[in-house]
Ligand binder design. Structure first.
Ligand code: GLC
Length: 549
């Protein structure tokens, strides 16, 4: 059970974390690209302290720093400057102030693994072998036949090594050739990057999402990665041809994460979430990396791509809950700027059901902008996509433009996102899938998200209750309780495309995925296809357990 009194970063336990991809949230100057002023203009939507707003208390922003934008901001030339496309430092400071006025914390994206090759550090490093900054990046001579130093692959296609003609050596890039990997075994690099964290903490940010953490530390001897026996050539992403046992996920990562946490610990309130697509045992290692378990958690991406069935979800959540230490705070991510949107992967009904699950499990729900209105991927032909991943590795559906299209605020032609030409096209269904249209529709995604987010914030059961999965005797339904001394809730999620009825404790219906839900009656719960219900079966306020004991 969570040791609530010892919990320091209480805010992280009370909020959903809302992920904004700044290019696509709101454009304020008509250039077709979202910006910081646009985010300020939409803060009331996120939280104006009324039930009309979403009720979000923390946002994280994908990178807003000075960048040539080859990877749309994940290739940074200056970690301490705002890119002009997004605004300037004064606007950033105003964003923090305005967010704080509304009770919203701001987290930034920290990209420690690589800089842009346009960064001054890299420009110096590539000058010659003896340059002071040579060792800030990972340089190696070719093999005798001129080929790259080892077999490591870039996530974004091809070898992870790029030959630099000037000195005849290769440099390592786990992602694009324009994103050179920093050498985290060099103490100067570490010092400078840790200062980046301090810089933004001083400006009032409440933490960071840390990019590509698993790639940070590489095998000191740069040994070849072994082949992946499960790889299916032609069908799987070519990056999966190898197991990345030497090029990522090294044990020394724990020490570096602990260093990040030390810096965050200098600030009473800061939190770190790190990006690592790993299973439960590796996640637990990452939780344990920070001596103070309350400052850091790895993102939990394990629900993305999970087999669709109630037992499969129950199994994962039971195992995850069982593996966590008392002070580890779980989180659940259903989508982000790198993965096809939830609705496009699963369809609207299933997506809404998972939204309910995410908002009623123990832990921090992480919502990717637009998920709360059921936004889907835009279909953009591969040859028109801007994302370098899709262009470098065509034919595998890897391009990420479809899930990065502009937020849909209203039914107008440009969905209220911009007055100019949007940098990515606005999805075809924006006439019905938008904030304005969904605000007053009791059956909308937005209404369910809003209702549950606000309910969570005053529900002792959802905020602090323990999680207990139940076996209701029906494999189509995933049921669990959230239990604390002041409230008990039962959540019932019908994963099947058929109506289901089952015997349960009587209670009060708090929320359904379906506006015309049938309330529990005579100790029975009635669920339509893909319906989910949140039922309060006990509340201390009326001091009684309703229904069966
Ligand atoms: C992370 C980001 C992704 C980016 C990559 C390289 O995976 O989420 O968008 O392209 O790192 O920085």
């Amino acid at each position: 059970m969570i040791n609530d009194t010892a919990a320091k970063q209480l805010w992280i336990r009370e909020t959903v974390l809302y992920h904004i991809y700044p290019r696509s949230f709101q454009d304020s100057n008509g250039d077709g690209i979202g910006d910081l002023q646009g985010i300020i203009d939409r803060l009331d939507y996120l939280n104006d302290s009324s039930n009309e707003s979403l009720g979000v208390k923390a946002i994280w922003l994908s990178p807003i720093f000075r960048s040539p934008m080859v990877d749309f901001g994940y290739d940074i030339v200056d970690y301490e400057l705002i890119d002009p496309v997004f605004g300037d430092m004064a606007t950033f400071d105003r964003l923090v102030t305005e967010a704080h006025k509304r009770g919203i914390k701001v987290l930034l994206d920290f990209v420690p693994n690589h800089t842009s090759t346009q960064h001054d550090w890299f420009k110096e490093s590539r000058q010659d072998y003896n340059n002071y900054k040579r060792d800030w990046y990972i340089w190696k001579p070719p093999k005798p036949d001129g080929s790259p130093p080892n077999n490591w692959l870039s996530v974004f296609g091809g070898s992870a090594w790029q030959l630099d003609e000037a000195t005849g050596e290769y440099y390592l890039h786990s992602f694009l050739p324009e994103q050179a990997d920093l050498n985290w075994r060099n103490l100067e690099v570490k010092k400078h990057m840790l200062n980046v964290l301090r810089f933004w903490l001083k400006r009032g940010v409440s933490g960071f999402r840390t990019d590509a953490i698993y790639n940070l530390i590489k095998d000191a001897e740069l040994r070849d990665d072994p082949p992946n026996p499960a790889y299916r050539p032609g069908q799987d992403d070519p990056y999966d041809a190898l197991l990345h046992t030497h090029s990522s996920g090294q044990d020394e990562l724990s020490g570096t994460l602990a260093n990040f946490c030390e810096i965050l610990g200098e600030n009473s309130d800061a939190y770190l979430v790190s990006e690592a697509y790993v299973d439960i045992p590796e996640m637990i290692k990452l939780y344990h990396a920070c001596p103070d378990h309350q400052i850091h958690s790895p993102f939990n991406f394990n629900l993305i791509g999970r087999e669709w069935s109630a037992p499969s979800y129950r199994d994962f959540i039971d195992r995850f809950e069982g593996a966590l230490d008392p002070n580890d705070w779980p989180n659940y991510v259903l989508g982000n700027h790198d993965r096809s949107r939830l609705v496009s992967r699963l369809g609207s009904n299933r997506a809404k059901l998972l939204g309910m699950m995410q908002l009623t499990l123990r832990g921090m729900p992480v919502i990717y902008y637009g998920e709360e209105i059921g936004m889907q991927d835009e279909s953009i032909p591969e040859n028109q996509q801007l994302d370098p991943w899709g262009r470098r590795v065509p034919g595998f559906g890897l391009g990420r433009d479809p899930e990065r299209t502009p937020m849909k605020w209203d039914a107008s032609k440009k969905a209220g996102f911009t007055t100019g030409v949007p940098w990515l096209s606005i999805s075809s269904n924006h006439a019905t899938c938008n904030v304005e249209a969904e605000k007053d529709d009791p059956n909308s995604f937005l209404n369910m998200y809003r209702t549950l987010i606000h309910y969570r914030q005053r529900s002792p059961g959802l905020l602090t209750g323990r999680y207990e999965s139940q076996n209701c005797g029906n494999e189509a339904i995933f049921t669990y309780k959230r239990i604390c001394s002041d409230e008990i809730l039962q959540i019932a999620l019908n994963f099947s495309n058929q109506p289901q009825t089952f015997e349960a404790e009587d209670g009060t219906l708090i929320c359904s995925t379906h506006a015309d839900a049938r309330a529990p009656d005579d100790n029975k719960i009635f669920l339509r296809a893909y319906e989910g219900q949140v039922i309060q079966i006990y509340t201390a306020k009326v001091s009684k357990i309703l229904g069966k004991k």
